[in-house]
Ligand binder design. Structure first.
Ligand code: AR6
Length: 177
């Protein structure tokens, strides 16, 4: 566990649908109508009520975030955000990925949510290099804490041992003593 300006930051290797937090973040697509990867896992575990709410919302631009309840999962809410599809790094990918983290936390703040779990957005189907994406994720979260300081705990949930170890290395560098 790490601490940054009083906020706990932890890393967990595993399935985000099993995490108990005020909100888990979904790496969705612009339609918000479900898909594979973590999106598919969240809709399966949460049940049909999430899709019903997503249909009413009607989509989400890349880098923005929308919120639904979490259905049958242990968390209270799902914050659906859309990361960029990685091309060659010159298509504004970094800013859009940063916005996805930052805007997810802004929405959490609006709903007075104190614990938020993130997957590694864009690093599956969307092809964002994991190392680069990890740095952007951590910077987005730290900037939010600096600017808003309104959150108690951030949990990065990594689906593979490799990505878990990468985050550990990045956070050790950034926040380790
Ligand atoms: N818990 C935590 N992380 C997971 C889980 C899980 N259950 N399952 C996969 N991951 P991806 P993207 C990791 O492809 O790249 C969907 O079809 C996975 O190992 O889920 O943002 C959407 O509908 C990877 O590191 O999301 C979109 O169309 C990370 O989650 C598109 O994929 C993100 O991989 C979004 O692509």
């Amino acid at each position: 566990m790490y601490k940054y300006r009083g906020v706990k930051i932890s890393i967990v290797e595993g399935d985000i649908t099993k995490i108990k937090a005020d909100a888990i973040v979904n790496a969705a697509n612009n339609t918000l109508l479900g898909g594979g990867g973590v999106d598919g896992a969240i809709h399966r575990a949460g049940g049909p009520t999430i899709l019903e709410q997503c249909k009413k919302i009607g989509g989400c631009p890349t880098g923005e975030a929308r919120i639904t309840t979490a259905g049958n999962m242990p968390s209270k809410y799902v914050i659906h955000t859309v990361g960029p599809i990685y091309d060659d790094g010159t298509k504004n990918e970094e800013q859009l990925l940063y916005n996805a983290y930052y805007n997810s936390l802004k929405l959490a703040k609006e709903y007075k949510l104190k614990t938020v779990a993130f997957p590694s957005i864009s690093t599956g189907v969307y092809g964002y290099p994991k190392n680069k994406a990890g740095r952007v994720a951590i910077r987005g979260v730290m900037d939010f804490i600096n600017n808003e300081n309104d959150i108690e705990e951030i949990i990065f949930v990594l689906f593979s041992k490799d990505n878990y170890l990468l985050y550990k290395e990045l956070l050790d560098d950034e926040l380790g003593d």
